[in-house]
Design a protein around this ligand. Structure first.
Ligand code: ATP
Length: 428
């Protein structure tokens, strides 16, 4: 049996993953097991109505068998089982869900879905890349005879169903810890953990001296350790010097898989998608109010791209682009202004850039000529002889960027964005 939940949180606090730990606790107390790992599934990061990271949860529940792995501690130790021997009773699971979800934070639109038949991966694929309607999700729910409940608006059904529909072709893991008390974390221990466990990623931003394990907003989440090797996460947690952790759990996730991205031509790009597009730099980078750096790429059709202020030093790389450079841009599409918010960029080919170092010299008078205006050429101040723009002396400038990939620093990284380099190892 699969359970999906979403939209239990509001901006004032709460978090769907915390509600999930309450559900896991009650389900285990009722004598059932979690099959495999609970799943934290990130969906379209560009939808305007998300609270934070657009995450939803799916759990497989039953009476389990086979190898048991410690997957968390929520008052008691929680184990994930290798396979399902017997299904759970739907009425028992539903009464647990209802009891917990009706108490979820005000302002959110909580929903749960319970199904014996797993949903098609297509639903997940669409929900991570595009906008899905409640109507189309309800069609899936009816076809599979799934049970569901919403507590305010029905929008939460989308995430709850799409999380169930995720089939991990690529996956990473995140160990999330929770506390309602003091939140203290010793920076040096984070750096040590980051160094000793290379299968973990996005722990610490060395460039910006920023601990990326901590959440951005009020929430019972204390910190999260992301990694490709599930076996290292508990050891990594034990290495951190922190105030007391009340509970922890490991999620299997689609984070750092790039599954939100779609290859598109510039003319096909639509708002709220995440795309990979190729083009030549048309408008050279310029900085607007707030410190955001904007440029455009073109292949005939043209689109603006942005390295926003939170991407910090990445903006200095973007500023080095020149008209005609060939690039492939990876990022989410904003509607207004219609812009690609860059997550990473591949510089394919750099144009040669020349700098004028000397005006042409008049052959007759041996004097430096004067410019008659931008692009209009030169004139001798003495005899009036003229020379073309290309007769001045130019030197080739060494470009500061190279043909390679560049990405935003850890501080600005999105959950779904796969970091460059060999840090993310998928476990299949
Ligand atoms: P947190 O990360 O703290 O859990 P959140 O960012 O996940 O918060 P939610 O409160 O879950 O925010 O809000 C996201 C809402 O958007 C949910 O109601 C979810 O069903 C819906 N949603 C998710 N993906 C899509 C999509 N592709 N199309 C339409 N709606 C979606």
């Amino acid at each position: 049996m699969w359970v999906g939940i979403d939209d239990t949180d509001s901006l004032h606090g709460g978090c769907t993953t915390y509600i999930a730990t309450e559900i896991v606790k009650e389900i285990c107390n009722a004598g059932y097991d979690i099959i495999g790992y609970p799943r934290l599934v990130r969906l379209n990061p560009n939808i305007p109505w998300k609270t934070r990271g657009n995450g939803a949860i799916a759990l497989q529940i039953g009476v389990g068998g086979g190898k048991r792995e410690l997957i968390g501690e929520i008052e008691e130790k929680v184990y994930g089982c290798a396979y399902k021997k017997r299904d759970a009773r739907a009425d028992e699971i539903i009464s647990i869900l209802d009891k917990i979800m009706k108490n979820a934070e005000g302002g959110a639109n909580p929903a749960w879905v319970v199904t014996e038949k797993k949903f098609s991966r297509k639903l997940y694929s669409k929900a991570v890349k595009e906008i899905v309607s409640v109507k189309e999700v309800k069609r899936t729910l009816a076809e599979t005879r799934a049970k569901w409940k919403t507590y305010r608006k029905e929008i939460g059904l989308i995430g709850a169903s799409a999380a169930i529909a995720w089939k991990p072709l690529n996956r990473t893991y995140e160990l999330l810890t929770y506390t309602h008390g003091e939140k203290f974390i010793e920076k040096e221990s984070v750096i040590k953990m980051d160094t000793l466990f290379p299968s973990t990623f996005n722990n610490y931003d060395y460039e910006n001296d920023y601990i990326a394990l901590l959440p951005h907003s009020p929430s019972p989440v204390f910190y999260g350790i992301r990694g490709g090797d599930v076996g290292e996460l508990k050891k990594a947690m034990e290495m951190l010097e922190t105030s007391e952790v009340e509970r922890w759990i490991i999620y299997e996730t689609n984070q750092a898989t790039d599954e939100h991205l779609q290859r598109k031509k510039i003319e096909e790009v639509k708002p709220y998608e995440s795309v990979i597009v190729k083009g030549k730099v048309e408008k050279e980078p310029f900085t607007i109010e707030g410190g955001h750096v904007i440029f455009s790429i073109s292949n005939g059709a043209e689109i603006d791209c942005a390295a926003y202020e939170p991407t910090k030093g990445f903006r200095n790389i973007i500023k080095e682009l020149k008209k005609g450079d060939e690039v492939v841009v990876y990022g989410g599409v904003r509607a207004k202004p219609f812009t690609i918010n860059i997550e990473k960029i591949e510089v394919k080919k750099l144009v040669d850039v020349y700098k004028k170092v000397e005006n042409p010299i008049c052959k007759k008078c041996k004097k430096h000529m004067k410019s008659i205006g931008k692009g209009k050429g030169y004139k001798c101040p003495k005899c009036g002889a003229k020379a073309g723009e290309n007769e001045a002396k130019y030197v080739k400038i060494e470009r500061k960027i190279k043909p390679r990939f560049y990405e935003v620093p850890v501080i600005a990284r999105r959950h779904l964005a796969k970091p460059l380099g060999d840090r993310v190892i998928y476990q299949l």
